[in-house]
Design a protein around this ligand. Structure first.
Ligand code: SF4
Length: 263
């Protein structure tokens, strides 16, 4: 991370699916959609089909190929809990995360109700393991804030809220059970501005609730120029993540076989 540029909250991306559909105002200028559309029709490219949902089962086992512990952002150009992703596929993704437990996984969604529903059964025992962090994006009061309650009711090893892009003042928030918060403004040519008072309100509520607070960036047209200082300083708090041991090769292979056998 640096004071001018963006905050890197994970060090690796993992895309067991691609593509998505807008669900609320926070999606209006989705960078993943813009990126995917640039490659639409380019033969052989991962986004040849544009932003249409596409499962990528060939990517499912990728975390097993990383033999050093990483912090992994899951489905970073998609949303695992969108309706058209079958529960069986969600289960496969969680099985991999459960067995590749030398990585920290971070999964963000706007479909918080479906996440809670799908993780309420057998997958709960995986979702609540400490190396798995589940988060919701919250951009406004109407669509975003209710996701926090859904997250609170979801079994998870760690819960976080990404107030990004922050589009309005959110008033009083209930942050009980939340382990980490970050705030960011929207980026790009059509970025909607974020008022300082909105971000300060969240910062102060995090301080009162003792929730680690990170200010990711102001965003805007020139992200580097706008930087990531709030009230003359950066805010980089995050929850302590336990160092994870990488199992010996034989054990990693055994787990790989186990997950492969589950199909
Ligand atoms: S949910 Fe996320 S990935 Fe999907 S359209 Fe909205 S912003 Fe883009």
């Amino acid at each position: 991370m640096d004071e001018q540029g963006a905050f890197d909250w994970t060090d690796t991306k993992w895309n067991p699916l691609r593509g998505c559909k807008a669900v609320s105002p926070g999606c209006d200028h989705c960078w993943a959609a813009a990126f995917a559309h640039r490659w639409k029709g380019v033969e052989g490219h991962a986004y040849e089909q544009g932003f249409a949902l596409r499962l990528a089962p060939e990517k499912l086992l990728e975390p097993f190929s990383w033999t050093r512990s990483r912090t992994v952002e899951v489905a970073w150009t998609s949303d695992l809990f969108q309706e058209r992703v079958k529960p069986e596929y969600v289960a496969r993704v969680f099985t991999v995360m459960g067995l590749a437990d030398w990585h920290h996984f971070r999964l963000l969604t706007k479909r918080a109700a479906r996440m809670r529903e799908l993780l309420g059964g057998k997958l709960a025992r995986i979702a609540e393991r400490a190396h798995i962090g589940l988060g919701v994006s919250v951009e406004d009061r109407e669509h975003g804030v209710p996701r926090i309650e859904e997250l609170r009711r979801t079994r998870a090893g760690m819960r976080f809220v990404a107030f990004e892009p922050l589009l309005e003042d959110l008033g009083r928030l209930d942050l009980r059970g939340i382990d980490w918060v970050f705030v960011a403004g929207e980026s790009g040519p059509h970025a909607r501005p974020m008022a300082k008072a909105w971000a300060l309100s969240i910062r102060d509520q995090c301080a009162a609730a003792k929730v680690p607070f990170c200010f990711k960036e102001w965003g805007g047209l020139d992200r580097a120029e706008n930087g990531r200082r709030l009230e003359r300083r950066t805010h980089d708090a995050r929850p302590k993540a336990r160092a994870l041991d990488v199992p010996p090769t034989a054990e990693r292979r055994r787990r790989l076989q186990e997950v492969s056998a589950k199909g």
